[in-house]
Design a protein around this ligand. Structure first.
Ligand code: 5AD
Length: 354
């Protein structure tokens, strides 16, 4: 009701108000191709008011711990692909990860995100055991895993061991496009099956895609939006594609910040309660990317909580910001930045409000 009210009061350019519950494919096309900057600004305003209605001016923060830079996969866009012999590699030990959580907890973080490549050395058993240790040590913190495609059984172990959330981007819904971004031993359908399994296990589940990945068309993005509508995830992570050295796409151009922001706004309107981060990729391409993301409706930031010694070695793309205000330690600096645009960081788990 609230959203309807907000939208019925919000005139968005010549397209008129958007009925958030019934955004059509044609609406998406119009907004993604709109050339009138003032109209786009009104789209951001509408998305922002929806976020404000649900979350106020609080921004949820998650401490991101990058647990392994090894990956068995060979995704063509990713700097951590296994055939990249130039990539810096590291893997954190259980004790290093627990120490990072402790550091984060002291700083004020109440969500830890363990993200890594699909590293066979960090087995399902090992991860389930680690999950249980973190759950015991930090009973009031949420734990998010982002460790790729695993068996249904492994996902169940993680859930039973106390993981609350799982991030696994679908990357692109379009099968042909997926096949140009991934080697033939990977499958878009399997990725989607994983997402449905995660949802059925009761994980707050995150999907999402890169914006402007090589070969991506507007139609592909519309397929992504349709897939997200079908999956109805609790979290949606999107960020611009950024070329990574020593990958087949190293010379391709980066995705568009403006398109990413419009997508964030449309996702906020369509998924009013979703947890949508202003991603590091956005902040990497634009020094004001975080702020712009929030002003387009994002409500989550994920500062880097990896041990400082390995930061910068998790090279999924070039130029990734990982020090300065991106660091988890920069809580105050980040809060100051948010204050300047009328927001503030929230210390708390920041669960999805069903
Ligand atoms: N540019 C932007 N995002 C990337 N990712 C991987 N490689 C890149 C890149 N070159 C994203 C993928 C993955 C997430 C962890 O990082 O969407 O799911």
């Amino acid at each position: 009701m609230l959203i309807k009210k907000i939208n019925s009061q919000t005139k968005i350019g010549q397209h008129g108000p958007i009925d958030a519950a019934h955004i059509t494919r044609a609406d998406y096309v119009r907004w993604l191709t709109e050339s009138d900057e003032a109209a786009v600004e009104r789209l951001f305003e509408a998305a922002r008011s929806v976020a404000l209605a649900h979350f106020g001016t609080g921004i949820y923060v998650r401490g991101l711990i990058e647990i392994s830079a090894y990956c068995r996969n060979d995704c063509l866009y990713c700097g951590l692909r296994r055939s990249n012999r130039q990539a810096a590699r590291y893997r954190l030990t259980e004790e290093e990860i627990l120490a990072s959580c402790r550091r984060g907890y002291t700083l004020g973080y109440r969500t830890f995100v363990l993200q890594g490549g699909e590293d066979p050395a960090q087995s399902d058993d090992w991860l389930a055991n680690l999950t249980a240790r973190i759950r015991t040590a930090f009973p009031d913190a949420a734990l998010t895993l982002s460790v790729g495609e695993r068996s249904d059984e492994a996902y169940r172990w993680f859930r039973e061991a106390g993981a609350d959330r799982y991030l696994l981007r679908h990357e692109t819904r379009n099968e042909a496009h997926y096949a140009t971004l991934h080697p033939s031993d990977m499958s878009a359908a399997r990725r989607r099956r994983c997402l449905y399994t995660l949802k059925s296990l009761g994980f707050q589940t995150g999907a999402g895609m890169m914006v402007g990945s090589p070969g991506q068309t507007l139609d592909h993005l519309l397929d992504d939006l349709a897939f997200l509508e079908e999956l109805d995830p609790e979290m949606i992570g999107i960020g611009p594609f950024i070329p990574a050295a020593h990958t087949p796409f190293s010379h391709r151009s980066a995705g568009s910040v403006s398109l990413t922001l419009r997508l964030i706004a449309l996702l906020r309107l369509r998924f009013p309660k979703a947890l949508i981060p202003a991603t590091t990729a956005l902040a990497t391409l634009d020094p004001m990317g975080r702020e712009k993301g929030i002003l387009a409706g994002a409500n989550v930031l994920m500062p880097n909580l990896s041990p400082p010694g390995v930061r910068g070695k998790y090279g999924i793309y070039d130029g990734k910001c990982c020090t300065g205000d991106e660091a988890a330690e920069a809580w105050q600096a980040l809060d100051d930045r948010l204050n300047r645009i009328g927001y503030h960081m929230v210390c708390g788990r920041g669960d999805y409000l069903y």
